[in-house]
Design a protein around this ligand. Structure first.
Ligand code: UDP
Length: 245
């Protein structure tokens, strides 16, 4: 097989909102979004069908606002709206590179995005368009990780690629524990039992129940999305099956 041949036909790439902040601590850093879009466009040119879910943590996070006294559901709706802003920014950056895209929102917003319609999303993918799923699941008390697992299963993606700020799954927090060990592979049940920080439990159970492998890797290292898509070992693979010893 050619070195650059994708090993997946259809992928769902989850980008955390925080990835768009770059070194800042809020909002969208234009340079960073351009770089990410360039990388996604290059991977897309390999011929892989790509759907994206983008978080909103760089703008607004429901739990944080709720901890300061805001009604949680309201705060979560605000968080979902933040993901729409990120989706539009990413759409622009991708289209500047000649990629045709569609944003589909789980909250009706017909002036700025298509509504989420599963079969239409699949059709876009078949036509070579990148589909960006915005507004999470459309429901408060959920996360964009859960939205990513849900959409991945709905569209029949072969894998969920979780691009984040850490380079994989560790047995303890690598920021606090110098001896933290990174897993190359870990099972869904281990993640749940040991409460490993991969995605929230709802997202993990969704992936487990539908046998959807998840690859967690760092978006900070340019070229990683490409490596993952062509089958190189990057980050941590989370999948079903027997636990490692
Ligand atoms: N959110 C929600 N339901 C969803 C997805 C997201 O209520 O289905 C809200 C929630 O408040 C969350 C915010 O949107 O904090 C931003 O999403 P998330 O924190 O998952 O973004 P990320 O951590 O990936 O940047």
């Amino acid at each position: 097989m050619a070195k650059d041949a994708p090993i997946y036909r259809r992928v769902l790439l989850k980008l955390s909102g925080e990835a768009l902040m770059g070194d800042g601590n809020y909002g969208i850093e234009p340079r960073v979004i351009e770089e990410i879009a360039e990388e996604i466009a290059q991977v897309h040119r390999l011929g892989v069908e790509m759907a994206l879910v983008i978080g909103g943590g760089n703008i607004f996070r429901g739990v944080s606002a709720a901890s300061q006294g805001m009604d949680r559901a309201t705060a979560d709706y605000m968080g979902m709206l933040a993901t729409v802003m990120n989706a539009l920014a990413l759409q622009q950056a991708l289209e500047r590179r000649g990629v045709t895209t569609r944003v589909q929102s789980a909250i009706d917003m017909k002036e700025v995005a298509e509504p989420y319609i599963r079969r239409r999303a699949i059709r876009h993918l078949e036509k070579g368009r990148i589909v960006i799923f915005a507004a999470g699941t459309g429901l408060p008390f959920f996360t964009t990780d859960t939205a990513a697992a849900l959409r991945a299963v709905e569209i029949g993606a072969s894998v969920l690629l979780k691009a984040t700020k850490v380079d994989g799954v560790y047995d303890s927090d690598p920021m606090k524990d110098a001896g933290a060990r990174k897993y190359d592979r870990v099972t869904f049940s281990e993640v749940l039992q040991k409460n490993l920080k991969v995605m929230d439990a709802t997202a993990i159970s969704m992936a487990r129940d539908h046998n959807l492998p998840v690859i967690v890797f760092s978006l900070r290292k340019r070229g990683n999305i490409h490596k993952v898509v062509v089958g190189q070992t990057v980050g941590t693979l989370v999948e079903g099956g027997a636990d490692a010893e």
